[in-house]
Design a protein around this ligand. Structure first.
Ligand code: C5P
Length: 297
């Protein structure tokens, strides 16, 4: 049966404050999510039964530990559907990069199967299933600029226009979210009092004040990451970046520029230091929704 194709976009966290610990053991956050144009492509074909996952990237698990696999199994269970799906993940988003790749894939499968199976769950009906798959999954039902509270899964879409040029530097990988949070807790928790939401958003968008409470812990966790951070910051400073920061729990960094010429300068400087970077742009919520399905795929 014919496959349909969907774009599964990456996110960055423009700012991330850890505000406490929840009874579940998870950390309580305040974060500003934004979607990037960088995306994986997910093809889904109906089959008679079962769920299979294939990928062009060796780092993607193909069994039931894959979040996209778990998302399909969950909707199959909730809807009582007998038919199965064959899922192909064409990876462009760095694996383990703090860009939400696996969570985005899971949300894409939820949205796509709601559509393909005519379940009529919609955004509202998919929120609880998304939360049960992981803290970053609900954000990808919305896309665009959004405030994340709670575990990062209580999503409040924001009317913010982000038009800076983005340069993404995929980190060396190998930094697990759970170990960064563990080290963060060992280091004594949040470095300062939590900000009010309005001041958090202002700081997250301004040079010099963006705060990612997980960065220190992630750099302690990986000396290779600390070296990339130094080089990225140096290139950003000399090329005139508005902002440079680590995304989420790492290991990717991003630089924001006012114009494309400055960004080109940073690409060259990073290349000279042996560091690859990816040019991309921010996506509005409207573009996120309208570019979801690939026509004629
Ligand atoms: O939800 P997800 O599986 O992406 O989280 C991975 C791990 O990161 C969790 O098991 C938990 O240890 C940690 N985490 C946390 N607080 C959050 C999100 C994740 O402590 N808000």
């Amino acid at each position: 049966m014919k496959a349909r194709g969907f774009r599964s976009f990456a996110k960055i966290n423009l700012g991330l404050e850890v505000t406490g610990r929840l009874p579940s053991g998870y950390h309580e956050l305040k974060t500003l999510f934004a979607t990037l144009s960088l995306h994986d492509i997910i093809e889904i074909a109906p089959t008679r039964s079962g769920i299979s996952v294939r990928s062009d990237h060796p780092g993607v698990p193909l069994d039931e530990t894959n979040l996209a696999h778990r998302a399909a199994a969950l909707l199959q269970r909730l809807s009582g559907r007998k038919g199965g799906v064959a899922i192909v993940i064409r990876k462009r988003i760095a694996v383990g990069g703090g860009l939400g790749g696996g969570s985005s894939n899971a949300a894409t499968v939820l949205r796509a199967l709601d559509r393909m199976w005519n379940l009529g769950l919609g955004l509202e009906g998919l929120i609880e299933p998304a939360k049960s798959l992981g803290a970053d999954v609900p954000y990808f039902l919305f896309g665009g600029p959004a405030l994340g509270l709670g575990r990062g899964d209580d999503i409040h879409p924001l009317d913010l226009r982000l038009d800076q040029k983005v340069l993404l530097v995929p980190g060396p990988g190998g930094v697990s979210t759970a170990s960064v949070f563990r080290r963060f807790a060992e280091r004594g928790g949040p470095p300062g009092a939590p900000s009010r939401i309005d001041s958090f958003l202002r700081k997250s968008l301004s040079p010099g004040t963006l705060r990612n409470d997980l960065e220190r812990a992630a750099l302690d966790e990986s000396p290779a990451l600390a070296e990339v951070a130094r080089r990225v910051r140096r290139a950003g400073r000399s090329a005139g970046a508005v902002l440079s920061a680590m995304s989420g729990s790492g290991s990717s960094f991003f630089l924001l520029f006012g114009d494309a010429a400055e960004r080109a300068g940073a690409i060259q400087e990073l290349r000279d230091a042996g560091i690859a970077s990816v040019r991309c742009s921010f996506l509005s919520r409207r573009a996120y929704q309208s570019r979801f399905e690939i026509a004629g795929c």
